[in-house]
Design a protein around this ligand. Sequence first.
Ligand SMILES: NC(=O)c1ccc[n+]([C@@H]2O[C@H](COP(=O)([O-])OP(=O)(O)OC[C@H]3O[C@@H](n4cnc5c(N)ncnc54)[C@H](O)[C@@H]3O)[C@@H](O)[C@H]2O)c1
Length: 332
Amino acid sequence: MKHICVIGTGYVGLVNGTCFADLGNSVVTVDIDQAKIDALNNGEMPIYEPGLREVVERNVAAGRLRFTTSYEEGLKDAEFVFICVGTPEGDNGEAELKYVRAAAATIAKTMTRSLVIINKSTVPIGTGDLVANVIRNNQPTPIKFGVVSCPEFLREGSAVQDFVVPDRTVLGSTPEDQWAAEAVAQLYLPLRAPIMMTDLRTAEMIKYASNAFLATRLSFINEIANICERLGADVIEVARGMGFDKRIGHHFLQPGVGYGGSCFPKDVKALTYMAEEAGAHPQLLNSVTEINDFQRKRVADKLHELLGDVDGKTIALLETSANRRHWTLLRT
Ligand SMILES: NC(=O)c1ccc[n+]([C@@H]2O[C@H](COP(=O)([O-])OP(=O)(O)OC[C@H]3O[C@@H](n4cnc5c(N)ncnc54)[C@H](O)[C@@H]3O)[C@@H](O)[C@H]2O)c1
């Protein structure tokens, strides 16, 4: 059993904290949002995820999982601290790091024993080094620590399952912090999934590249959909036919209104921003976002074409693809 502190009790923090407790560890999750912590301590879930409530209740009852706003309480016995705070989109598309900096500074001021600090938040390449500097600069007296990047790949809607049966765990560290990455690997061993050890920056990039690739597939099939419409082909059948090719597969090949959600739009933009800042020319990433923006407008245009003035109307959209049908209600 290990002592783990999780900073940020949002989607990622709550799921990770709960699931690590379920593996037999002692976990304290910390959040600055008093209302969220009060709700959790009253047995209310801030999000819905299949299976989450049951796992939370089981581990709270067993005394393995606690919720608090106190960093002191969270870090008192902790050997590991996971940073799971938000990294929203900034004014120019960059990932906003103020929550990560604040969390790291408070960890540095509060820690009393050697600590492995794990970046779970999706953070720009180089943030592992930044967190190490923030910790070093804010420690009242030097205490040993290591920084590890362990990006999160869970999907909202199957987050618990994705923790329990991950495709892989990616761990990045500097050569000096290899001991810390190996300690984190021990936490993940019970999941019996592949663990990939790499350097800090590469681990950070794997997360952005993965999301950008999935978004690219969606923009690709949306572009094909628009071409199919003009040429009289059925894009649903085209995607199905393509997906049977093992090199292509069926996932993330459903045309629709464009990608959304809490990660894809901001992560593609953050990677584009990083690329441009570094002097690269991210033509494909720019096109992925452009196609996505166009696709949303196209839906609105189609509604206007079909219905004329849509002001005040409630419209039901049936999104249909080879393997799902999904109704969306729009109120204009
Ligand atoms: N939601 C997903 O599906 C998903 C998947 C993979 C990766 N991620 C990444 O994980 C990170 C977290 O995402 P999320 O969806 O859990 O965010 P979230 O907004 O649901 O939760 C973040 C939590 O952090 C808390 N917080 C902010 N500053 C804090 C601080 N200084 N100390 C303690 N708590 C603090 C907030 O109050 C909030 O409860 C982001 O970088 C996101 O891109 C999210």
